[in-house]
Design a protein around this ligand. Structure first.
Ligand code: MG
Length: 213
């Protein structure tokens, strides 16, 4: 198993952009290494690929694969004029955000091309036709309430019996962050009999009530 510090350094050396703090990435990597022994991994919200590389190294250790789903046209907060807009991601000809080139650059520089499989799609559309069972689902997509719920409730149906659902940006207190992922987490826990088994910062890990991590 590759040390998480090696992955931190690799990503930093290549200036890979992202919003997953290192202590949360470390927790995600540990759970992903364990779950990769059981099956496939999938994340919703690739952005520039930081989390995909942690998941990729975890998958590689067990001969598994990671599916990374993103429409790559940016979430609400990434659009022109919004708080997290990055002009480096703006395609002036198409007049829209495009994070796919940066994501592919990350996979190439971190030698993840045969491990992390990019899927350019709206998450909820893909979830409707997906059929493989997933050992780990990491939700870090759009932060509107509608999108956060669609992601959690759409993908939980594909969680293996011994699978783990991880959700990023959980803030109970509105002063600390947006409430949509938290409300989506509550909905998925109630509707699918999941319970919280671990937490690091704003990253939570849920499992079915009759299964332990
Ligand atoms: Mg996030």
């Amino acid at each position: 198993m590759v040390s998480v510090n090696h992955i931190h350094r690799l990503l930093n050396r290549h200036h890979v952009k992202g919003f997953l703090p290192e202590h949360e990435a470390e927790a995600l990597y540990a759970v992903a290494c364990k779950q990769a022994q059981k099956g496939l991994l999938l994340e919703v919200g690739s952005f520039c690929g930081r989390s995909a590389v942690y998941l990729g190294y975890a998958a590689k250790g067990s001969g598994q694969k990671v599916f990374s789903v993103d429409h790559h046209i940016g979430s609400e907060e990434h659009q022109l004029g919004e708080g997290y807009h990055d002009c480096a991601h703006y395609d002036a000809e198409a007049k829209r955000v495009d994070t796919l080139p940066d994501f592919r650059r990350t996979l190439r520089l971190c030698a993840m091309d045969d491990i992390v499989i990019p899927i350019v799609a709206r998450s909820e559309v893909l979830a409707q036709v997906w059929s493989a069972s997933l050992a780990l689902i990491f939700i870090d997509g759009g932060h509107s309430l509608q999108q956060a719920k669609a992601d959690c409730l759409g993908w939980v149906k594909h969680l293996a019996h011994d699978g783990v659902l991880a959700i990023h940006d959980i803030f109970e207190n509105p002063d600390e962050g947006g409430q949509a992922p938290f409300l989506a987490m509550q909905a998925v826990m109630e509707q699918h009999a999941l319970s919280l088994v671990a937490r690091t910062g704003s990253l939570v890990f849920l499992k079915r009530n009759d299964y332990s991590l």
